[in-house]
Ligand binder design. Sequence first.
Ligand SMILES: Cc1ncc(COP(=O)(O)O)c(C=O)c1O
Length: 252
Amino acid sequence: MSIIEANLLSDTVTRPTPEMLEAMMSARVGDDVFGEDPTINALQEKAAKMFGHEAALFCPSGTMTNQIALQIHLQPLEEVICEENAHIYQFETGGYAHNARCSISLVKGVYGKMNSEQVLAAIKPVFDWLPKTSLVSIENSCNKGGGTYYTLEEARSIQGICQMKNLSYHLDGARLFNVLVETGDEAIRWGTTFDTLSICLSKGLGAPVGSLLIGSNEKITQARRFRKVMGGRLGSCHGQSCGPFCDPPRPH
Ligand SMILES: Cc1ncc(COP(=O)(O)O)c(C=O)c1O
């Protein structure tokens, strides 16, 4: 690509390569509503395996995978801790309050990164007057932090706090692949540090859309229901053919 063709607006404007377009044209497709799209199934299995988890769920966007993660980890009256520049706080339209009906505790970090001492200090004591801290979410790399990244050691130090305090741990890994390229870390070592991870295929990787939420079978089963209610399920209900739940048309 020449410098004149380069579009530096965002890494989200990267385009599919000819090989990717060819793969799209020849992809085997099916109805994901019934879990019968072989290409989506293969993608989900590949992502889960790559990050050392049991399951993954393909969604249209990284906002949706983050919002689903908040809903599976949090109940109303509970709270997520994140850095004040986090995408889930800054750029998801306040969805944490709308979708998960939770509150948010913001930590002032350095260039988008918080450390384990700050996370520990942000955890609220159990007290009826206060929201219950249930989740910690970090972003890697940190978009509004200017492209900074957590090392695995830093992320695992926060994981230690989550384990000690019985909190869930989510990674907004919209650009985790940049971190993997920069550090040479194995994906599986990052995957097993978190209860759930969101990764995006549309940022710097050339796919036009698409993100995956990765986690345990239990969490991804829950996630599937939240994707459905958010309208993100990929397929359709044809009335006469959606399995045991739709009665066949009856004569009047
Ligand atoms: C860190 C981070 N998380 C999540 C998202 C949301 O991704 P999407 O635009 O696919 O909803 C973005 C988008 O740029 C992002 O930068």
